[in-house]
Design a protein around this ligand. Sequence first.
Ligand code: BGC
Length: 714
Amino acid sequence: MLKTIEQRIQAMSVTEKIAQLQQLAPYFYEGGSNMMVTGPLEEYDLSKEMIQKAGSSLGNIGAKEMIQIQREHMLHHDIPLLFMADVIHGYRTIFPIPLALGCSFHPSLVEQCARDSAVEASASGIQVTFSPMVDLTRDPRWGRVMESSGEDNFLNGEMGKAFVKGYQGDLKDSTQIAACVKHFAAYGASEAGRDYNHVDMSERILREQYLPAYKTVIDAGVKLVMTSFNTIDAVPSTGNTWLMRDILRGEFDFKGTLISDWGAVGEFIPHGLATDGADCARLAMKAGCDIEMMTPHYNHHVKKLIEQGEISETLLNESVTRILNLKEELGMFMDPYRGASVEKEQATHLCPKHRQHAREMAHESMVLLQNNGVLPLKKQDQKLAIIGPFGDSHDILGGWSCEGRCEDAISIVEAFQKEGIEVSYEKACTASIDDCDITGFEAALKIAKEADIIILALGEDSILSGEGGCRAHIDLPGVQLELYQMIKKLGKPVIVILFNGRPLDVSSLLRADAILEAWYPGIEGGPAIFDLLYGIVNPSGKLAMSFPQCVGQIPVYYNHVSTGRPKPSVDSKERYCTHYLDIPNEPLFAFGQGLSYTTFQYDNMHLDHTILTHETKIHVSINVSNIGEHEGKEVVQLYLHDVIGSVVRPVKELKGFQKISLKPSESKVVEFVISEAMLRYYTKDLTYQSEVGDFIVYVGGSSVDLQSATFTLQ
Ligand code: BGC
């Protein structure tokens, strides 16, 4: 009979319990078989017992190594090691980056990607992924915007939920893995868009804008939460008792495991909050951080802190219970390998089904920002030139690509070749920051002159976004703008395809005939772009994050609050209203925007009631018609605005969306339901409730193209 968690804890020494709180990287195990104390281990000064009995490991290793390490581990212990990794947008089959997934507005497909990721990761012996990341992002200078689904907490919550459903499903099934929502909390608001910087915001904004997505994901049953690197109200999250105990454990009722971010426990020292490792361990334990990722402060100090009465053994037992519960839920005590095998890896990694899903997801997540009719391309007699650093690049997976390999990806040029379409290609330049080499321009100009249509594949190297990938200038790096200008001068149709991990400043590209935002589209990027360029699939992505007019406009996001001096109209010359003298207030491309090859018409918006009570609901319906010539998908968006509140309210907030498909001349009635619960917010005294009064409901195809009606809450 298997022991209960309680029995296990009773049988463990304090040292064994502390070892459960330690997370190490698999490279500490030197090939898995003999667990030698080597380089990094020496630095960490961990005893052999501690390594042999550590609770979890971090990183990808593959089934063979995992089995070897686990077998060795089980010789010393009857508690299996837990293997965690950053499976962020795929394991070996890499899907578009999370920001792109947000633009799909298609949670069920995101769930499917997460499910595929779980199947591949579990085959390789991973049981926990550090995903989803639901940090609200309003600053594209921050490199980590690529890991989130953008600037809206409702969308982030829906996407986060979809990830969790896909990864976790029924955890007893060994092809599912546990999810970890991160980074709690508000890491996306790092000041000035610089990574690891501090966060300063009112409790109201924290609660209203930043916390809801984590809450949604916690309510969806996510098993772990990861702390964030930033401070909140001058206290680093990992040691922030108010955030972790009062809000996360108390208000949000989170019962799962809390893990620090990489080395965050030790960062209390450079933060100037702790003098030494013992201080770090004490603060993090008190805040309720169960697992210490990578640094060894718990290991070195918790025993002594207990002996000194600084922390109680009960705190330690609580953390160990949560970790062992997770292992039990995953079925690790029954099967420490959870079915990992090299055969399963071979059968699932990059299998045709997953590749097909990667292609579908890339279709759904690219956003057509501009098109004067040059797209879709006709297959006949158009001579094409593809120019630019991403034309034949395999660097299209994006950051956090786990086991993905660039050689698995199909470039645009390769996709054209596969389809038997002749194109000429020149790279012309790179997408690196400091590159000023224009020697490739001449050859590019030559093929451009011979072509009827030019496709410019531009962007930023994938290393320029992701963790530590912040930029103060968010335009095209290197000499790409000069390349665009040179090509544009030819007067021929120019289609720009962008590969990037953040909204870029693309204001200088607006004279292009078409702009397709491809993000980092994953391994099937090239074929998916081919399908979209030729209209085999109609673009349907909508922006999950606004594109600024320029860096000086940041942060710019759709759900800002009303000011006391709104600009009377877009063209107004009024000086004493909220505006810039040199740019509009509106972003270049707004949240929810994205074009299609067809035209959707919205009419007959109807509310079945105009009075809402706590007991009733309002049904909003609108007729959406495809009045163009192509079949297409449309993201129908619902926004609400509270006209008068006890504090100023956002001009609008996304509260629902549906992605529908319509054939030419087809119409559908799309319906949303509004309830009183959707109107609640943190009122003047920070009580979460609704306030009676008038509301505006908006429905449409983007945050800036909407029909409206009013209703009253009584
Ligand atoms: C990142 C986390 C990641 C962790 C483990 C940290 O540096 O902030 O998002 O999950 O490393 O790789």
